[in-house]
Design a protein. Structure first.
Length: 247
């Protein structure tokens, strides 16, 4: 598999991570080099949820950020089925990564990042508006998701920055699930939620999987993980010895 060319990505595979390595350089510590991952390899099929496992600090969030393009990989390939072709996110240009985020690749993290003073309803509706859906329909869909996630209508016109942490997280989840993307990254999406809203997120995940989306996830909650995971990648197995190497 490590010898495959990008166009050989399996027809039903939305993401293929092949022999990826990552090292951080600590410039404030005499350019100490900290190996994080080496040889990371796994696939995410359509309609399946793959969960990243391993102890805290194993590099799970680093994997997510390399796929999303926030971090660069040192070597290897990250092949994404995108717009009828295959995009290698390791070598892709920034404009290609941004295009993939708009159409193919979603990311729900633990933290909501939204433009200040924009109402919660519009924050959630924005991905639909970007795809040309009319404002009324987009807001109707956003309102339905916010209601499902227990955000009362009286809050919809307020900016999420005024919300509690749990409310902000539910807005974040609604925004992430408002459109179906081929691949959705979930980084601890239920970390600050109560049992009722965790159950709603499980439902949203299952519904999205049934429609064919692939998911790569990190879950703090064992019950959520067990409810939706189709397979697990032990990131710890791809973690080199953590002894800093001078640059």
């Amino acid at each position: 598999m490590t010898q495959n060319e990008p166009h050989e990505l399996s027809e039903r595979t939305v993401l293929s991570v092949i022999d990826v390595a990552k090292t951080f350089t600590l410039h404030l510590q005499d350019s100490l080099r900290l190996p994080v991952l080496n040889g990371l390899t796994f696939d995410v099929p359509q309609g399946a949820c793959v969960v990243l496992g391993g102890e805290s600090g194993a590099g799970k969030s680093t994997v997510m950020k390399m796929i999303y393009g926030s971090y660069s990989a040192d070597s290897g390939r990250i092949l994404l089925s995108h717009d009828g072709d295959v995009l290698d996110l390791v070598t892709a240009q920034p404009r290609q990564v941004l295009a993939a985020r708009r159409k193919t690749l979603g990311y729900v993290s633990q933290f909501l990042r939204a433009v200040p003073r924009v109402p919660a309803l519009d924050v959630v509706a924005e991905p639909l508006l970007e795809r040309g859906v009319d404002r009324e329909s987009a807001r109707d869909r956003a309102g339905a998701l916010l209601t499902r996630l227990s955000i009362p209508e009286r809050l919809w016109k307020l900016p999420p920055a005024t919300f509690s942490g749990g409310e902000q997280q539910r807005v974040n989840i609604a925004r992430g699930f408002i459109i179906d993307r081929p691949l959705l990254l979930l980084d601890e999406p239920t970390a600050s939620l109560d049992a009722r809203n965790r159950a709603v997120v499980i439902e949203l995940i299952r519904e999205s999987l049934d429609r064919g989306s692939g998911m790569l996830a990190i879950f703090h909650d064992a019950d959520v993980r067990e409810a939706v995971a189709d397979s697990m990648v032990d990131v710890q197995a791809f973690t080199p010895t953590r002894e800093g190497v001078a640059a």
